[in-house]
Write a new protein. Structure first.
Length: 259
């Protein structure tokens, strides 16, 4: 199942579950009010306060964490472009005869990195491009070490090889950063609290004699929208919030690498 479909099903499931438990809670509240008008609300305030307080806290933490990871991924995209650009410029330290094959490998490597990003969230296709980029890293390193050894240039060895190390390291860091998400149990706990809150909210609405559709819809839409935005921040290559624009930095660098 794709991440896009999974996200849609999650949001629709939360929407249906919240609406359903609101109605269940309301009916239970109406029945309890009919049976015990005096004690229908006894102790409900403390329970509601605890559940809604914990729900708000968890939403705040997950929202803040998702936003921080989104910003970190954008920063890593810029850093990768800078590292590749630095290594590309330092190829000038090598003899002219050694530069041409390395520059072609660089172009292929950047193409593989861009293809990996474009093919997300197709995990299988992205892994194939990641493997291709890994092979090109090995070839670039072997060619660079041989060129530095043959040239006997100390500046080339001291400046180019560390730049290549940085270029490879930031690619690994960025790829790992794409996979960093909170444990599934956190989202499960958040969903459970939202559903429990819906049940309690429905119970509170059941004490009144008239059904408040505005309150019901506002409660459901606000909570489901909050969860959707959290998931969108967490998986920025799937939903409406996209990180693709920042890839333009690496694409512009690739355009500057023309022969």
């Amino acid at each position: 199942m794709s991440l896009t479909l999974l996200g849609i099903l999650t949001v629709l499931g939360m929407l249906a579950g919240t609406l359903g438990l609101l109605e269940v809670g309301r009916r239970f509240g109406v029945r309890r009010l009919a049976q015990d008008p005096e004690g229908a609300k006894a102790g409900a305030g403390a329970v509601e306060g605890a559940v809604f307080g914990l729900m708000a806290l968890l939403i705040a933490f997950t929202f803040s964490g998702a936003g921080a990871r989104f910003d970190a991924r954008r920063a890593l995209a810029v850093e990768e472009a800078n590292c590749v650009g630095t290594a590309w410029l330092r190829l000038d330290l090598l003899p002219a005869s050694a530069q041409a094959p390395l520059r072609e490998k660089f172009r292929q490597y950047v193409d593989a990195r861009l293809a990996l990003l474009r093919k997300l969230p197709d995990i299988a296709a992205a892994k194939a491009e990641q493997t291709r980029a890994g092979v090109l890293q090995t070839e670039i390193w072997a060619h660079a070490v041989a060129a530095c050894r043959d040239s006997g240039s100390t500046p080339a060895t001291m400046l180019l090889l560390p730049a290549l190390n940085q270029m490879f390291d930031i690619a690994t860091t960025r790829t790992t950063g794409m996979q960093m998400h909170p444990p599934v149990v956190i989202y499960g706990m958040l969903a459970l609290l939202v559903l429990a809150g819906a049940l309690l909210a429905g119970y509170g609405m059941g004490v009144g004699k008239v059904r408040h559709w505005l309150h019901t819809l506002a409660f459901v839409l606000v909570l489901v929208l909050a969860i959707y935005v959290i998931l969108d921040f967490e998986f920025p290559r799937v939903g409406l919030i996209r990180i693709h624009g920042i890839d333009q930095v690496l694409l512009d660098l690739r355009e500057s690498m023309k022969p």
